[in-house]
Design a binder for this molecule. Sequence first.
Ligand code: D5M
Ligand code: FE
Ligand code: ZN
Length: 550
Amino acid sequence: MNLPMTELQIAIKKLVGHGVIIKTDAYNLLKHASDPVLIAELFLSEYSQKEYLTHDAVESLLKKSKSGVSDKKPKVKPLIRSKVPRRRGKVINRVSRKVDRKIESIDNRIKEANNKKEREPQYSIIHTSYEDLKGLTNYEPQFSVTRDPDLNSGYIGGVDDLIGYFQDRFAKLEKIFRSRLDLNNITKIKEIKRKDEPISVIGMVTEKVIRGGRGRLTIEDPTSEQDLTIILPRDNQELTDKAMQLMDDTVVCVEGKMFKGNLIAHDIHLPEIPMLHEKRRADIPVHVAFLSDIHVGSKEFLSEPMGKFIKFLNGKLGNSKMRALGKHTKYVMFGGDVVDGVGIYPGQYNDLELQSIGDQYTEFTRFVGQIPEDVEIVIIPGNHDMVRSAEPQPSIDPVYVPDLAGMKNVHLLGNPSQVSLHGVEVLLYHCTSMPDIMNHIPGASNKNPVEIMKHMLRARHLAPIWGAKTPIAAEPKDHLVIDSIPDIFHGGHIHINGEGYHRGVQIVNSGTMQSQTSFQKSLNIEPTPGQVTITNLKTFEMNKLDLMRL
Ligand code: D5M
Ligand code: FE
Ligand code: ZN
């Protein structure tokens, strides 16, 4: 039995049936409209030449129409009422006559489209222009690996190596601070003089004590094993709030003045991504798809959307625009947890459809084998894959994936890794450190993985917190420092799709192909399976496939 459609679904069906592409921010506004169908009809009538439904268009139509927004967004409502009370009736009458005539023809076209089974999916959004989907002529891949921690995979350090590990982290991040022009008088802890002058001191946060508006930090310089107490002045609430957000073991730079052997902080800086940095682009409209957390072998693995994704890459899914997008998608990134693994957590055996790791990888290989050969595929491991759990993780051993390893277009890399696609630098990290970061930062939540990934970019480190749940190997070098700035930062692990930007770096958390497990239910994690972000490497537009609804 078909469930009746909501007003919002009807509105989207009308728009999509007419070939309109709905921008994400426009959708977010539309879903709060009290009469989304009217907004859709007004758009089709007034903007009949427009290909995109934009946020601005919805906003202006909301103002024009008598359709306010629901109680969830009360601020907009009075604005609509107070600003256009007199014109409203006129506009609606004029428009609704036009709309009546148009709707009939639109509905007919929707019916036609349905009959042809060429309907654009309801929640998939294609931002790439028709112009960019006209065909990649004489296409040649441009792929290289920029970083891969696999070099040291055989090495697992002991306790003594931990000092070397932190020294390397400190040295790399100190270099970033020293290259900044906004920090004056950078002084090493051991070189601090008892002088009353402003200084900047770089150190690793080893302690944070903040209570009732008072606070202090301890920072340490691991290259000389010296520490310093930082006092957060009571009257600087903004600085105390900033300090609350600091993760243990991050490297910071504190500006302030010495007083009785302590540094009275004036400001605290993270290494950060500079506002202005080189941004690379492909010169052709080639696309990359971001996936992770496939979890093949789990009873909750969703083979149907996965199969649809393969169909998409073969240019056989959806309407003509979507088929073209599929053919333009020449790179696929798998950000870890490609299988569910065996013995990953107590009692997992009962959750497994395939109880052998070999069978799980064979089934994953079967999917990958159906991807066209001119698509380059990168696979890094996650915490469910058959590699050591300590990060950096080496690539999946060909012993478990002989057929996959033999495919020319498949690149098995470590976690984290960085690749260059037509010059665009993509950093891949499974994001196993996310729950630790979430537990550490007030207000951070697993519902918003992009915000947590921003904290990693600010700290220029993928897993700063030592000694929590994320196992980190004491390698002689810290491979988890983000020393070269990526254009795109791809993560997974949390099973919730998210997209965003931080200072020009595109962030994608790719969601999952697994429905909610009992473990996730116990943690109140609502996964978003089947959502795949596909970025245009020339324009950085992010398209979205919603494979559960396609
Ligand atoms: O992770 C599946 C989901 O479970 C994902 O949302 C992260 C969450 N998760 C995994 N491990 C932890 C810990 N240790 N604490 C809190 N939340 C966690 P997966 O890696 O696929 O099992
Ligand atoms: Fe996972
Ligand atoms: Zn994971």
